[in-house]
Design a protein around this ligand. Structure first.
Ligand code: SF4
Ligand code: SF4
Length: 405
């Protein structure tokens, strides 16, 4: 069952049209920008914001018991219980409070920060301080991409429970902040499968998710061809949903919604899915999926082969390549600074605790900064959940397929 949303992409695709959520990746010129002292800008951060009551509950007690308290209190802040939840990874230090996160963000503003992505823990729409948080981003003109399962936005009972208003009102209020970007989970349109992926509180997650997508569209989140404010997240792509992803991608394209396609994170419980991605069956299907996506985009007039050759295949199939590493960092809920959320292995840790050093030093001494202004930084999951040969094989497949036309 699909959401009831009409296609809006014109038959003749406008010049310079691109698929990519505004504020997620940056154009080449932007990546080159420097501060007055010559420091390359830190344009984006991935961040975790824990609700105050969770911070208090987890931080009360000795350090040894931190992980147990995170696990114990987690179901109070997240209505879902996804098997691949990357946020349920190791925790090393006390959780950052919202005040501490703001301190980091204020430092980052001085380094040129333009956007963040909220990753958890849990759903921001269940946080009692939701509007205090959004006010901060609006006042400081920082775009905030919000990863969400969408259930609270699309179900009246839940929106009233967590934000004391109808789901229509909640979605309208959230969309009225012009800094918000909504990154909504959509791993399959199959209702039965959808409901198996999330431990729903509404009793019918598939219905709530579809309604949330419809409400976002009613509020204009997909209406501007040159400023895409919502996207569909098919990740993690696994053997379970890989057969459904191309349909979602094409559906999203026609509705000006970039669809994010990528295999599992190599972080937290996402690591449980990595072994599956090593199998030849999955790798073959994944390379086939990426190839089909690019062939479709070229046939539809959204990309051309020359552009693909210049930019290289994106780790997010078909949409703006990732440059998160070359212009950003990830601040975990316990203050650990990582290259990005995609891999929590030791080589991808940039600094132990953001509270212990100023952000400028962490940024300028990081391996992300050393990458320079790379437009396509490929991915920290390469060789883990993304097969290393994917980039070359996809390009070769696309060329071969186009020759047949
Ligand atoms: S992945 Fe997100 S929605 Fe699922 S359990 Fe983790 S925090 Fe909650
Ligand atoms: S490097 Fe990979 S995991 Fe990290 S932000 Fe980019 S696409 Fe995501």
């Amino acid at each position: 069952m699909k959401p009831d949303v009409k296609p809006i992409l014109p038959r003749e695709v406008p010049e310079n049209y691109r698929l990519g959520v505004d504020g997620w990746s940056f154009p080449k010129g932007k990546l080159m920008e420097k501060l007055a002292d010559g420091t390359r800008k830190l344009l984006t951060l991935d961040i975790s914001i824990s609700p105050d009551s969770f911070v208090e509950a987890v931080n009360t007690g000795n350090l040894k018991g931190l992980q147990d308290r995170v696990n114990h209190f987690y179901n109070q802040i997240c209505p879902n219980n996804c098997t691949g939840c990357f946020e349920k990874g190791d925790i090393k230090h006390n959780l950052l409070s919202w005040e501490e996160v703001k301190k980091v963000l204020n430092e980052a503003r001085g380094l040129g920060l333009e956007s963040v992505k909220f990753l958890g823990p849990g759903e921001i729409f269940t946080n009692p301080n939701l509007f205090g948080i959004l006010d901060y981003f609006q006042e400081n003109k920082i775009k905030i991409g919000i990863f969400t399962k969408g259930e609270t936005l699309g179900d009246d009972k839940l929106s009233r429970r967590y934000q004391q208003m109808s789901s229509e009102e909640l979605t309208r209020k959230v969309c009225n902040y012009d800094v918000t970007r909504i990154l909504i989970d959509c791993r399959t349109f199959d209702a039965r499968k959808t409901n198996m992926l999330v431990h729903s509180l509404s009793g019918d997650y598939s219905r709530a998710r579809n309604h949330a997508i419809e409400l976002l569209v009613e509020n204009g989140m997909n209406s501007d061809l040159f400023c895409q404010r919502m996207s569909l997240q098919t990740n993690p792509v696994t053997l379970e949903n890989i057969g459904d992803v191309l349909e979602i991608f094409i559906w999203g394209v026609e509705r000006n919604m970039p669809v994010c396609v990528t295999p599992t994170m190599v972080s937290g419980k996402g690591r449980n899915f990595v072994s599956e991605t090593k199998g030849s069956e999955f790798q073959k299907e994944l390379i086939g999926l990426y190839s089909d996506i690019y062939v479709h985009l070229i046939k539809r007039g959204i990309m051309n082969l020359n552009q693909l050759e210049q930019e290289g295949v994106s780790s997010y199939a078909g949409i703006m390549p990732c440059n998160q590493l070359s212009c950003g960092m990830y601040i975990r809920k316990d203050g650990v600074v990582q290259c990005c959320p995609g891999n929590d292995g030791e080589p991808f840790t940039l600094f132990e605790d953001v509270r212990k050093k100023n952000l400028r030093e962490i940024w300028t001494q990081s391996k992300n900064y050393a990458l320079g202004p790379l437009f396509n930084n490929r991915c920290v999951k390469d060789g883990y959940s993304i097969p290393v040969q994917l980039y070359d094989e996809v390009l070769a497949n696309v060329k071969k397929e186009l020759k047949k036309l």
